[in-house]
Design a protein around this ligand. Structure first.
Ligand code: WT7
Length: 651
């Protein structure tokens, strides 16, 4: 058994310093680190001045009741005013806020002035439906402008929203409405998906049949499909569009709840992660401005996430709009009507900053670079990644094929719980290594520790912890303080345990290694699935890989890999599998050589793109496959098992 909590196997020595011209114009310089080191709380107080406050705070942080934080104590502000009205007041009412691109290719620009009117109308309508400050509103909408308007309208009247991803089932929606005791649900008749209209309201009808807390369902007409109607239903175009476009935004306490967002735990019912107002908006806005180097008068920003995830909350709605962004919102899927759809959008709207997930990048690698090559991507100047570790090969591909070898790439580590970015490069300062989120942002405390909670030395591996409270931290789990303390604060005293494994390289850069439940134990070596996956993806034949540990009589666990190949394989199955096993042994070491490699056409993923290793472990251990209800595509497991029974890939 090695001394480290996690073996540090894969070495990556490439490094890309910022381009001099980029660095010269960058929003943030290395001084930010020095300022925050000298006075951490003072640093955040300065960043909070980016916002408009109705009354000032008298204390930056109250941590006396740890781990329940209060930031900017006594301060009052209106979050929606900060994201919309103040930009109109400062003379930017005619600036485009949202460029909405539908799947079918029509686009519609919404200015800050129009957004102000839409949000005001929706706020008036919600108040007309009896929603008061503190009441919860559930939002179950596709990626249409009304989704953003609905969130901002809730923020404006102080009613915390709970956005539920519109791909979730009626049962998932029901349990979330129930847990939050939501009073109103905002939804649509349906949504466009891969060229066809799919109903959405039936799931809401089914859910609210069992949720007595709901007084009204507010329905946006999107597809024009037939819908069942009951006495509690009201049309958006009747009540919102008829409401007054004037609404006075009232100020709320900095700690007033802004939203609840449910995230699945490893076991049991989903956790309602609670975020509040002043600290959350401060960190979302500052990180969006600093890490993406946002220039509000020049940039066209596009974050490809859905508002159903925290990325949509912090980096589509709150951070970007607080910074007066012009941004693209896309309703559809990347391959409808063709596989170049995203690159067509970049070309059409001259997108300058693109923020997406490694799973999307690997999909594009698999489809082939001739697809993006057909479009003019020269407007891009910065690329971001979020959601899971980005394999070095995917990072290099992103940089070369999408970024034309010039765009800095910011790999941003954070969580639903952290509310905003925590570990990420500053694009004008940091020399980036492919696959590393590099170091904690100014004002953030993060460390890699061993089993005893002691920091590991450079070159070592262990667990990622956050050792200082931060402005956008979760304030708890909705209705369950005890679970909050147990889940995040009980492993090592005073430290927030993020659940991720990580390693430090010799220069102190942090490499995220995925959830610690994704660590395998092979002959006493703790090996991260991420490292073996990255080694596999670095072979030219492999597009995607998922690795699990399966019980093994001799070694404790054996490494089982599922791979998706790029294009049509040139070699026969057995020969390629042997080559891939040797390749991993060569890249990492013989200890990491997979016991088994299975060639598949799909991998089971959640709707946010995370691989569900639990299901692959079921296959690897020849068990019946468990619960698949949170899979993006529930048919995938069938495809995998069908493919395997006819494949000769197993050796
Ligand atoms: C988990 C949080 C953050 C918004 C989307 C996901 C993984 C996230 C990275 C990254 C390595 C990452 C971690 C984290 N993760 N970003 N840049 N590098 N891993 O939010 O659903 O709350 O998931 O996603 O494992 O704990 P989430």
């Amino acid at each position: 058994m090695s001394d480290d909590a996690l073996s540090n196997l894969l070495q990556e020595n490439r490094s890309f310093p910022p381009d001099a011209a980029f660095a010269k114009r960058a929003n943030v310089t290395a001084e930010a680190y020095a300022d925050a080191d000298a006075d951490r709380l003072g640093f955040w107080a300065v960043q909070a001045q980016r916002l408009a406050w109705d009354s000032p705070w008298h204390q930056i942080l109250d941590w006396s009741n740890a781990p329940f934080a209060k930031w900017f104590v006594g301060g009052r502000l209106n979050v929606a005013y900060n994201c919309v009205d103040r930009h109109v007041e400062s003379g930017h009412g005619e600036q485009t806020a949202l460029v909405f691109e539908s799947e079918s290719g029509d686009s519609r620009d919404i200015t800050y002035r129009e957004l102000q009117e839409m949000v005001s109308q929706a706020a008036n309508a919600l108040q007309g439906l009896g929603v008061e400050a503190g009441d919860r509103v559930a939002i179950y909408l596709p990626m249409i402008p009304e989704a953003i308007v609905a969130m901002l309208a809730c923020a404006r009247i102080g009613a915390p929203h709970s956005v539920v991803f519109a791909g979730f089932s009626a049962e998932a929606l029901r349990s979330r409405i129930d847990d939050a005791q939501a009073k109103v649900v905002i939804t649509a008749d349906g949504q466009f998906r891969r060229g066809s209209a799919m109903p959405l309201k039936p799931a809401v009808d089914e859910a609210v049949a069992h949720t007595p807390s709901v007084d009204h369902v507010l329905v946006v007409r999107r597809t024009g499909g037939e819908v069942e109607w009951t006495g509690r239903d009201v049309w958006w175009h009747e009540v919102v569009e008829a409401a007054s476009p004037e609404h006075h935004p009232q100020a709320f306490d900095a700690e007033h709840p802004l939203f609840i967002l449910y995230t699945s735990g490893t076991t049991g019912k989903p956790k309602g992660i609670l975020h509040t107002s002043g600290g959350y908006l401060t960190q979302a806005a500052w990180t969006h401005w600093a890490v993406f180097d946002l220039k509000p008068d020049e940039d066209v920003y596009w974050c490809t996430a859905d508002i159903g995830w925290v990325t949509g909350h912090s980096y589509i709605v709150y951070g970007p709009l607080a910074n007066r962004v012009t941004q693209v919102i896309y309703e559809g899927t990347p391959d409808t009507p063709h596989k170049g759809r995203w690159w067509e959008i970049v070309q059409k709207h001259r997108v300058t900053i693109l923020y997406t997930a490694p799973t999307a990048i690997r999909t594009f690698m698999k489809w082939g670079e001739h697809i993006p090559d057909d479009f003019d991507l020269s407007s891009l100047r910065l690329l971001g990644s979020v959601g899971e570790p980005i394999n070095p090969e995917a990072w290099m591909w992103y940089r070369r094929v999408i970024g034309g070898e010039t765009c800095p790439i910011v790999d941003t580590w954070w969580q639903t719980e952290t509310g905003a970015m925590m570990i990420a490069p500053l694009p004008g300062v940091t020399a980036c290594k492919p696959g590393s989120a590099m170091r904690p942002l100014p004002g953030i405390g993060a460390e890699v520790v061993d089993d005893n909670g002691a920091p590991v030395d450079p070159g070592g591996g262990g667990y990622l912890v956050l050792d200082e409270p931060w402005p956008s931290m979760l304030r708890g789990i909705w209705g369950d303080d005890e679970r909050y303390v147990q889940t995040y604060w009980s492993r090592w005293p005073g430290e927030y345990f993020a659940g991720d494994g990580a390693k430090l390289d010799d220069q102190g850069a942090i490499w995220l290694l995925g959830r610690v439940d994704d660590v395998m134990n092979v002959s006493g070596h703790r090996i991260s699935t991420t490292e073996v996956e990255s080694a596999l993806v670095s072979h030219p034949a492999v597009a995607e890989a998922a690795v699990v540990g399966a019980t093994d009589a001799t070694t404790g666990q054996g490494i089982v890999a599922f791979v998706i190949l790029r294009g049509t394989p040139q070699k026969d199955g057995a020969e390629l599998v042997a080559e891939l096993r040797d390749h991993v042994a060569h890249e990492i070491g013989p200890i990491a050589k997979p016991r088994q490699i299975l060639v598949v056409t799909e991998l089971p993923k959640t709707r946010s793109g995370k691989i569900m290793r639990r299901l692959l472990r079921d296959i690897a251990e020849n068990r019946e496959v468990g619960d698949v209800t949170t899979l993006a595509d529930p048919t995938v497991m069938g495809l995998i098992s069908d493919g395997l029974s006819s494949s000769a890939a197993d050796d």
